[in-house]
Design a binder for this molecule. Sequence first.
Ligand code: ZN
Length: 500
Amino acid sequence: MIESLERFKERVNRISRLGQIAALAGWDQQTYMPTGAAEARGEQMAVISEVIHELSVSDEMGALLGAAESDTAGLDEDTDEVRMLRVARRGFDLARKLPASLVADMSRHQSVAMGAWQEARSTNDFSKFAPALQITIDQVRESAGYLGYTNHIYDALIDQYEMGSSQAEIAAMYSDLTPHLVKLAAAIRAAAQVDDAAIHGDFPIATQKETTLKIVQALGYDLTRGRQDEAAHPFCTSFSRNDVRITTRYNAMFMQQALYASLHEAGHAMYEQGIPERFAGTPLSGAASLGIHESQSRLWENQVGRSRAFANYVFPILQTAYPETLSSSSPEAYYKAINRVESSLIRVEADEVTYNLHVALRFELECALLTGDLSIADLPEAWNARMKEYLGIEPPTNSVGVLQDVHWSIGLIGYFPTYTVGNLVSAQLWKTIREAIPDIDSNVESGNFAPLLGWLNKNVHSYGSKYLPGELVVKATGEPLKPAYYVEYLNAKYGEIYGL
Ligand code: ZN
């Protein structure tokens, strides 16, 4: 046993427990907390995150980390210990790069900017948000300067969410992907639209609660270590691998909303539940990256949940749950309905074909704002022009255009591409899984999800954050991330559905 390493792990474990308590307070805030508690909760969470930050960047922590590093210097590069210290070093150095005054300014500005954004969105007046957004961009630029980069200012930002990635890599990903998506979306617009009547109707919410829970449990989401509640914006949160909670939202006339939010969040949750016990409380207890996290939610939501095999599995369950609404429908009608593609204005409602076009345009605009190639005043027009170019539609108002996402108001810039990375990784994993488990379709159709979850546990979840996302993709699929697999998946699936 290396004593300095044990001392370091003990310290990290204490800080990670504080983080888990903060996450619990955050979960409560979004689920059951009475609205009157908002201010007090905000203060409670600010104190706890301040304490966590101070402990994480303290000189004492630096000394513990340094001692553990020198005492493990001779160990193999691939051991948990060396990898763990590498993740810790990265986090420690990043956290110490930003001056406390800038962090405080950014967090103070966040609530102002969010208020301005809400006001602008509700009154459809971009000019009410523009000054706050300008400050956000300036602050983000300043923070990128402290974080450091060699080629592009965006490198410093994307690297926080998708470690090891760069602006050049993301730009190359989109220049490969975007033309295929634009072409497929246009071909679908020109084809006869599929009927989605099967998924609209009367779906009592009490039944939806029971049914979605039964289905995510069947996938392998362990309810002895999790639970499902309701939230306006569905999310998954983990307090330890033994308490990973999901939320969903219900619409009594459109059952898909809750079901697919549940499938998505359960995908995130099964990842967290599958991270090994030996990593608990250490720097390896998290996900490899946001993109890898999203690959897990998307795989269960889309590659599985929107497949014909899954439609055959789930439709009889749904028909039993909603006998009156679904009596005259069929698994095939259901399959087509859940895969209807439509150019729409809102990213979070977009289908598999158009979703990444919404993200591509945000990435391009973020880069242009950061480099100064685009001014805030010209942003709405640039947004609308790209919507027209990529999706063939133009937002009638800024509220359903440039003002639709919360991200920029809270300073989350450099984050959007992780959604596309997640979608691409999910398709590449799915291709590998189909080769590894040749009877995957009949497994899914008969509700036997254990071989799939077992494969993901072994090839993705079991590594926690031991590897960089790029390394993990190679480990799990045998090659680096390639947009071609996503394009092939979409072309085959939607070519058949739309008769292209
Ligand atoms: Zn997600």
